[in-house]
Write a protein of this length. Structure first.
Length: 134
């Protein structure tokens, strides 16, 4: 039975969830640490800032205990990008789209509005993750 909708389907969410669960188990097993991304973004910001103003980064209390570095979590975040690229291309759902179809149907085609809302949402999510020490 074929679908009438020609839009490609993504990966099965149960399979993707099971694979993510296995990744978490192996992460804890091999490294003793849980997978996460928010710490990596803070470290990356410190790493970039250290290039331009090393004295300021060295004076920050956070970086006195946790130096900006490229470690396994940093590589994990890079792997998220490449893994999602591979997943979207193998499922034939990859497309470059500044304004998602669902957003456009509800709020219009404005890229600036979408960008502002996406930035604010990302900042709130990152704040919550950092607040939870994640």
């Amino acid at each position: 039975m074929t679908e009438k909708n020609s839009e490609p389907k993504g990966w099965n969410p149960y399979l993707a969830g099971a694979l993510t669960g296995l990744l978490l188990v192996f992460s804890v097993w091999f490294t003793g640490k849980y997978i996460g991304a928010s710490t990596t973004f803070v470290r990356a910001a410190g790493y970039v800032e250290r290039t331009f103003n090393p004295e300021h980064v060295a004076a920050l209390e956070y970086f006195k205990k946790e130096l900006p570095k490229i470690d396994w979590q940093f590589l994990f975040v890079i792997g998220i990008f490449f893994g999602s690229l591979i997943a979207s291309t193998t499922s034939k759902s990859f497309r470059v789209q500044a304004v998602p179809t669902m957003w456009e149907s509800r709020f219009g085609p404005g890229m600036a509005k979408r960008g502002v809302v996406a930035f604010i949402g990302g900042a709130i999510a990152m704040f919550g993750a950092r607040l939870a020490d994640g």
